[in-house]
Design a protein. Structure first.
Length: 386
């Protein structure tokens, strides 16, 4: 009898575990698989989850009216690490700031941040003046860090106002907000929040930049000048942090054998080590993998066409830093918006065979290098979320 009771208890535990696994699969990490993308339909931007070759509509929100009757995806969107929350910025108006010329007027776009619960499909306005270009989720997705929005729109206006760029931390809905730090830089772009650190890039003016991290517990800021970069970082281009923030890529333009080349470097914030990875003619897009040991990049090349003229060809590469390999995965033209699903598929847009702004959404299997067209759409009507 005791033995039978033990089996019943074990059976109940196993059933419980099974139910738990099923609930986890259906309610937990479903949104963590695949990639998100917007597709505009009329004045709506529909958010889809793309897993392998199947797209599922998750949510619908207002599209951004770039010009009269010309609707496009939201310009700024941020997805939480667990893929259950989305913050997007809804355009609410424009404020004229002056004229560059008789026919060109400067305007400041006014946005309002909206928090979306992707599991429940609920929206909530965030009542905070958040700079739409600078927001990151905390590692546990319970908080967000953001730069406070200011009215000034140019370096000269910010300089004249004497305002500091303020870094704030709050709950994801904007509540319990507190000031963390005030920067001397006129523009601050947050890159990632990893562990106790928020990594960022700063801009004092067009030709003077900075990069660093701030400890959220001590409020101590640590700046870094990578190897072969001057103090203003003017010679370093396209700095890109890994998801952990610790490693980063940067480019230095140089001349070699009478031609312009791009030298790609790998930096390590902790070790203060810098390694030249490769030299190529032209690097376009780059994308880190989650482990921080590999990254994708596209290499551009101008080739002559039969019968005259030329065209731009692009090749997608996968670099394994540890094993020092550079594998060519795909060749095409006008490739953009590289997005990885965290498993085996890389998604991107590529110029289609049709004329105009018609592009294909491509799924590339990085294991066997097979590619598949998922859909074809106007470039301005689709946006992959990274």
């Amino acid at each position: 009898m005791k033995k039978q009771k033990t089996f019943l208890i074990l059976g109940a535990i196993l059933v419980g575990i099974g139910i738990g696994i099923l609930l986890w699969n259906f309610l937990g990490p479903v949104l963590a698989k695949g990639v998100f993308y917007y597709q505009v339909d009329g004045n709506k931007a529909n958010l889809f989850l793309l897993k392998n070759s199947k797209s599922e509509q998750i949510f619908s929100l207002p599209a951004r009216e770039a010009n009269l009757g010309d609707y496009r995806p939201p310009r700024y969107s941020y997805v939480s690490h667990d893929r259950k929350k989305l913050i997007y910025f809804n355009k609410t108006g424009e404020v004229p700031l002056g004229n560059l010329s008789k026919d060109l007027q400067i305007v400041r776009i006014v946005f309002e941040p909206i928090l979306v619960n992707l599991k429940e499909g609920q929206e909530k306005k965030i009542n905070q003046p958040i700079d739409s270009a600078s927001l990151v989720f905390s590692p546990d997705d319970n908080q967000i860090a953001w730069i406070k929005q200011i009215e000034e729109a140019t370096f000269q206006q910010i300089e004249a106002s004497g305002k500091k760029r303020e870094l704030w931390v709050s709950k994801t809905d904007g509540s319990e907000a507190k000031l963390l730090f005030s920067f001397d830089e006129h523009v601050v772009l947050l890159a990632t929040w990893s562990g106790d650190y928020i990594y960022f890039q700063g801009f004092r003016d067009v030709n003077s930049r900075s990069m660093g991290r701030i400890n959220v517990k001590t409020q101590k800021v640590e700046y870094l000048i990578p190897r072969n970069c001057d103090e203003t970082l003017a010679s370093c281009e396209n700095i890109q942090f890994s998801l952990s923030g610790r490693k980063f890529l940067y480019e230095i333009y140089n001349k070699k054998d009478g031609r312009d080349v791009t030298e790609l470097y790998l930096g390590d914030f902790e070790k203060k080590e810098f390694l030249e990875i490769l030299t190529t003619d032209q690097i376009s897009d780059r994308l880190w993998l989650e482990d921080g040991e590999k990254f994708f990049y596209t290499e551009q090349e101008t080739v002559r066409k039969e019968g005259g003229g030329s065209e731009v060809k692009e090749t997608v590469h996968l670099v394994d830093i540890k094993n020092q390999t550079d594998d060519k995965l795909y060749s095409g033209s006008y490739i953009s918006q590289l997005t990885f699903d965290g498993g085996r598929y890389l998604y991107f847009l590529e110029k289609g065979s049709e004329e105009g702004n018609i592009f294909d959404l491509i799924r590339l299997d990085i294991r066997n290098k097979n590619s598949k067209t998922i859909l074809t759409e106007n470039y301005n009507k689709i946006l992959l979320l990274q």
